[in-house]
Design a protein around this ligand. Structure first.
Ligand code: FAD
Ligand code: DHB
Length: 387
């Protein structure tokens, strides 16, 4: 089998890349370890920056996003028992859209299949070879048979635990990373959101986030210790803790309650590997960088990476010019490190770190006051948030 670009991983990065390449007349095959049902139900990100919405729309896959996505023009920062609105659109002219990552995945899978795209679900034993040759090979098992896919370029879009990054020989990549001493417990509940905009909240007990997926579904998060087992958090305890952390004016402020139908714990990590390419392997998305979710940047970075990658591959196939391919790492890293900084900053400002003293907490409150009191600070936060 031969294709121009072999894509490992059918997350937002791999699927969008395959679609963008198709628009440029470049062939690809997407290899995915999981089933279609699994990737279409996997609950993850929810905030699309303006850039991401523009890219999806321009690529002709924005119609359901336009119909069902929830545009937001501001966020609330809640701390010290008070809420403060940051009017992002007023400050930047841009907005975010709340639309579940799995909905983006569904839209992209449907479009690829409608366009005759080749996505192989449930592949296993994916191995990459010949990365420094001009005919790399991807070997994998599918439907019980061993397969070999020859290509010009391999796009490693297989997430943090994928096989692409570890296929680069030792010593070629440099890792920059930071772990955080807490996780997020996230829930989805059949409950009408009590608010129309997201609330990022710092309380003495830790961080809390009020988000949503629709007029009937709330998405809420709590900072919890790193090795938290969801069994320690029965529904009642979650709702009570949310009411405590979201307190206003000294009184608990309960979110609207409803049946919880999803509960999960996400570790927090900052991670970047450089460079983002090795020979004919180009890496994108979570396969090369991770941010803590406080800045809502992960999926947006994945989209930005593959947009740059598709542009570089188009230039190379059309004119033979390798300039954009060569500068892919440099071009992508600029945005990646800005998002690393923003995500680290939001995380540090809004979480309680074990061992922190009351002085540190007061510094965080002072920082948050700066952000909401100073239009310059609020604009800087908004520019980063809306992308
Ligand atoms: P992935 O989505 O991880 O896709 C990789 C794919 O590769 C998967 O389908 C996987 O099954 C497949 N794969 C893995 N290994 C192999 C293999 N060996 N062979 C074949 N296939 C393989 N980001 C935001 O932008 N905004 C948010 O609001 C936000 N909130 C988040 C909240 C939570 C709770 C979490 C967990 C994440 C959040 N993120 C957010 C981050 C975002 O979900 C990720 O950054 C995004 O999924 C990255 O996309 P990707 O395509 O690079 O990787
Ligand atoms: C959501 C997730 C985030 O990480 C974030 O910063 C905001 C919203 C969400 O899942 O809705």
């Amino acid at each position: 089998m031969y294709t121009q670009v072999a894509i490992v991983g059918a997350g937002p990065a791999g699927l969008l890349l395959s679609h963008l390449l198709h628009l440029h007349g470049i062939s690809s095959v997407v290899l995915e370890a999981r089933t279609r049902g699994y990737i279409e139900q996997r609950i993850r990100a929810g905030v699309l920056e303006q850039n991401t919405v523009d890219i999806l729309r321009d690529a002709g896959v924005g119609s359901r996003l336009d119909a069902e996505g929830l545009p937001h023009e501001g966020i609330e920062l809640r701390f010290g028992g008070e809420g403060h609105r940051v009017p992002m659109t007023e400050l930047t002219g841009r907005a975010i859209t709340v639309y579940g990552q799995q909905e983006v995945v569904k839209d992209l899978v449907a479009r690829r299949l409608a366009d005759g795209g080749d996505i192989r679900f449930e592949v296993s034993d994916v191995r990459l070879d010949g990365l420094t040759s001009d005919r790399p090979v991807v070997r994998f098992h599918h439907g019980g048979a061993a397969n070999e896919l020859t290509c010009d370029v391999i796009a490693g879009c297989d997430g943090f635990h994928g096989t692409s990054r570890p296929s680069v020989p030792p010593g070629q990549l440099t890792v920059y990373e930071r772990d955080y001493p807490f996780s997020w417990l996230g829930i989805l509940a059949e409950a009408t959101p009590a608010v129309h905009e997201l609330i990022y909240c710092l309380h003495e007990n830790g961080f809390a986030l009020y988000s949503m997926r629709s007029e009937r579904v709330s998405r809420l998060y709590l900072q919890v210790p790193p090795d938290t087992d969801t069994a320690e958090w029965p529904d009642e305890r979650i709702w009570d803790e949310l009411a405590t952390r979201f307190q206003l004016g000294g009184s608990p402020w309960p979110p609207n309650r409803g049946p919880i139908f999803d509960k999960g714990v996400t570790p927090m990590r900052s991670f970047v590997t450089e460079p983002m390419q090795y020979g004919r392997l180009l890496l994108a998305g979570d396969a090369v960088h991770i941010v803590p979710p406080t800045g809502a940047k992960g999926m947006n970075l994945a989209v930005n990476d593959v947009w740059l990658m598709a542009r570089a591959l188009d230039a190379w196939y059309t004119t033979g010019d390798e300039t954009l391919l060569t500068s892919y790492t440099r071009d992508a890293l600029r945005r990646v490190w800005q998002a690393q900084h923003f995500s680290w900053w939001m995380t540090s400002m809004l979480h309680r770190f074990p061992g922190d003293d009351p002085y540190q907490y007061r510094l965080q409150i002072a920082q948050l006051h700066n952000v909401v009191d100073s239009p310059a600070y609020a604009t800087a936060l908004s520019e980063n948030y809306v992308g």
